[in-house]
Design a protein around this ligand. Structure first.
Ligand SMILES: [Zn+2]
Ligand SMILES: [Zn+2]
Length: 324
């Protein structure tokens, strides 16, 4: 591999490897935990040659010969994409939260049902037919950078796992994805935050056919719980390691509170689809992923407002509409 390896020891026996991705801020961080001849890996990047070669090189660099365990925070392509390269029979054991498991097959293997389900979801939420076509088809491109693997262990949350020479507690933090997990080393107050708590980006929290029914409230509850642990160092999947979780959590809570108020105000002007709300708030994005993310994010906030009784949600077989 020609490019230099972006490998840093970010805590004792914890190596961060930065891998290229074509979205978010352009990089995903995965973490290697060496233990003698073996190493454990938290997240594995996309299934591309560049990314996979970098992981092999990093394993050698930390003095290991093979990957023993692969723990995946959630099944988005930048975290789970190369799972099938590194885990499976004769390879590493994959650890994944059990609420992520049912998302894999419809999203990356047999997509036709999900593409049509997403298409319907887009139409009932007010997306015009031509836009809905492009937006639902964009799912197909993602499946190309993902090689699935069957988990050897399905997690529920609260397990203690041996990862490298450390013991990490599984923290189930739904919201960004139904079975998203963080990993916490209590003795060292070290938090591997996945996409749950990022230093600069606000992770996408979306309501969609595969999400839990009220992802925003779940996400905010998870943030408050982790801030309560007062971690010394947070290792995020995007961006640089950071400290002061409570400060970051306060900023994220304020961000979502502001967004809830903005959306409540828009809904108070009369009954609307979520698509109309998203357009009013963010304008029309060019990229189909961003359009979908905006709709899903708008919907997650509308749903939270409906759960709180602040907006009314009206559903028929052909439309979902909201009014403040
Ligand atoms: Zn993600
Ligand atoms: Zn991510």
């Amino acid at each position: 591999m020609a490019t230099e390896l972006a490998l840093t020891e970010v805590a004792a026996d914890v190596f961060e490897l930065r891998l290229p991705i074509p979205f978010e801020d352009g990089l995903v961080n995965v973490f290697l935990f060496p233990d003698g001849d073996e190493a454990d890996l938290v997240d594995c990047g996309m299934n591309t040659d560049e990314s996979v070669d970098a992981i092999h090189a990093a394993v050698r660099h930390v003095g290991a010969k093979r990957i023993r365990r692969l723990v995946v925070t959630h099944i988005h392509p930048d975290h789970y994409g190369a799972a099938g390269v590194f885990a499976g029979p004769g390879l590493a054991d994959l650890y994944l939260h059990r609420l992520e498991v049912p998302l894999v097959y419809p999203r990356y293997v047999e997509l036709e049902h999900l593409v049509s389900e997403v298409h319907t979801y887009l139409l009932v939420n007010g997306v015009p037919e031509d836009e809905a076509q492009v937006m639902s088809n964009s799912q197909r491109a993602l499946s190309e950078i993902v090689k699935p693997a069957v988990p050897a262990v399905q997690l529920e949350g609260a397990e203690t796992l041996e990862v490298g020479r450390r013991r990490l507690r599984v923290e189930w933090t739904p919201g960004h994805s139904p079975g998203h997990i963080c990993l916490y080393d209590e003795s060292d107050k070290l938090l591997l935050a996945g996409d749950h708590m990022l230093p600069e980006l606000s992770p996408n929290i979306g309501l969609h056919p595969q999400s839990t029914p009220d992802p925003l409230h779940e996400y905010l509850d998870g943030l408050k719980r982790l801030a309560g642990y007062e971690p010394r160092l947070i290792l995020p999947a995007h961006g640089r390691p950071f400290t002061e979780a409570s400060k970051r959590v306060s900023a994220l809570l304020a961000h979502h509170k502001r967004r809830l108020e903005q959306i409540a105000a828009i809904a108070s002007h009369g009954e609307r689809s979520a698509w109309a709300v998203a357009l009013e708030l963010w304008g029309l994005r060019d990229n189909p992923y961003e359009k979908r993310a905006a709709l899903q994010e708008g919907l997650a906030h509308l749903q939270a407002l409906a759960v709180e009784g602040r907006v009314k949600k009206f559903v028929t077989p052909t439309s979902v509409r909201w009014r403040g």
